[in-house]
Design a protein around this ligand. Sequence first.
Ligand code: HAS
Ligand code: CU
Length: 539
Amino acid sequence: MTPANRLILANIWVAIVAFGLGAMMAVMQALARAGIELPFGTARLYYLSVTAHGVLEALVFTTFFIMALGYVVADTTLGRIRGMGWAWGGFWVAVVGTVMTTLAILSGTSTVLYTFYPPLEAHPTFYIGATLLIIGSWVWCGVMIGSFRAWRAAHREERVPLAMHGMLTTVAIWILATAGLAVEVLVFILPWSLGYVDRIDPIVARTYFWWFGHPLTYFWLLPAYVLWYTVIPKIAGGKLFSDAVTRVVFVQFVLFSTPVGLHHQFTDPGISSGWKLVHTFTTYAIMFPSLVTAFTVIASLELAGRARGGTGTFGWIRVLPWGDPFFSGVALAMLTFALGGFGGAINAAYAMNAMIHNTAWIQGHFHLTVGTAVALTFMGATYWLMPRLTGRAIAFPRVAAVQPWLWFVGMQCFSIPSHIAGLMGMPRRVYTGEFQGVEAAQAWIPLVNLSAVGGVILFISAMLYVGVVVGTMLVAPRGALLPIEYAESLVAVAPGPSLWDRLGFWSAVAVVLIVIAYGPPLYHLHTMTRFPSQGFSPF
Ligand code: HAS
Ligand code: CU
């Protein structure tokens, strides 16, 4: 095995272990919510489990998988990864951080959910561990940029390969996003958690959190988009519709996804409605590149379907390689994202947000987006990567072929009732099966039960995924390595670098936009009379 593949697999393994543990937590939650008596069915364990699930899936699984994908793309498009020593160093720092945070959660001292909003207070090791995970990911950013710069020095006249362009925009978004998190954790949370100051300002902390938290969702999404644009057309037997459009789309994500975050705080006091409106505009702007993506990926799939002999208005869809778990995983992820994106447009509207904020709708929304558009793409990508990294064919191919469909069915079963229950007023993050017999809540119960059925289907799908991957490593014989190939563009690619390749420049523009979007509301918050709070650890 090549040194690069060893590094990539190490990252994938951490991702999969986190995913499997997180999935076990999730099924307990779904059953507890459905009122099924479990020996561990106490509020204390419920919230501990929600915290572990959110952190392991949304922060650990995603980050390690994205680092792995980044290395795959750098290695295959640039020819090599520069700074392998750094890459391993960053990996171990991130692993140590993950273990620290996970142990802090499992010890019951850090039940603060994945958003860790103060004044909920965790054990300091929770925050220190999370900081190490982020530092590890910054090293990954450095290795990605270093590998690119070394390649650029030798290829001055060439355009950066498209998949790498997408990955570099992901890196740019991550650096810009984590700057907000660094302020929140280093300036506010750590001194408070370590006892140097005894109070913390919840709104100020949340505002820095969402500076990070919103672009975080695009840090998750863009690596999935890299696969949708640059690999899936190839797998489906066609071409990417347009390389040029794709480059512009990725740059738009850098510009529009970073000066946004207040749409998570529409109901928070201390931030003026004018600045909330500014963030509403940027939120709608960020839908634009996804709408272009919808057009481009469907056009690319149609090209593939027609190349495979499909005819008629919809005949090309039927002939696509639905039996290939990478393809079906991604296609089902895309279909689910169409629904999740529609919900996002509702969240983003100030008035409609008031109906769904802090309701079960939100968990419905993000399980369609990060939980399926992203996670199901990554699961499918694992089936694509394993034979290409290890030379082993996927074990249990029939199980692998069914697994994405189960995820899709389970997720619709989980998320659609959550959306409906949210519209009916059911709060998110509330632990109770019967809602203390409250009259208005009785109508939610069948929906919660249906969600729990979805949760069980998702759990089965998750275990099949882990089973196939572990089985592949244990029982599948080693053969020749399959190549990692990227799709060609239908529209010819312009030869030399253009303005759209100048990611340093676009990142600088994004910094200006962040200063405009966050400078005045933060200045206002910091200069108002503040009422900081002491910490709370309810469990
Ligand atoms: Fe969101 C809350 C608005 C996208 C994740 N979001 C969340 C939270 C998470 C999250 C985790 O404005 C909860 C945070 C918490 O715990 O409090 N979201 C949006 C908008 C979009 C959006 C406007 N969200 C995402 C993505 C996420 C994600 C992506 C993760 C990866 N979201 C919000 C708002 C809130 C929010 C408010 C706060 C709510 C509140 O009150 O708390 C847009 O980016 C969506 C654009 C997407 C589209 C869909 C394009 C469709 C495509 C597929 C086409 C292909 C097809 C395949 C159909 C316009 C690209 C065809 C297949 C064949 C085989 C032919
Ligand atoms: Cu957001």
